[in-house]
Design a protein around this ligand. Structure first.
Ligand SMILES: [Zn+2]
Length: 63
């Protein structure tokens, strides 16, 4: 079972700054998961601008 440590959302436009911020803070690259339309409707907005996100970025916890 994959344990998800932290999750962010980003739209097409802000995938780069959000990704940079995560790599900066955690020194690791998160997994990028493209969102389906139904995920976009339900999920929270882009971490940067609050609009509908196109991607989920998740950092899994691995020991
Ligand atoms: Zn955005």
């Amino acid at each position: 079972m994959i344990q998800v440590g932290k999750v962010w959302y980003a739209c097409e436009e802000h995938i780069d700054p959000v990704l940079d911020k995560i790599v900066d803070e955690y020194a690791r690259a998160p997994d990028l998961i493209p969102l389906s339309t139904s995920d976009q409707e339900q999920g929270p907005g882009c971490h940067w601008c609050g609009k509908k996100p196109n991607y989920r970025l998740q950092l899994s916890v691995s020991e």
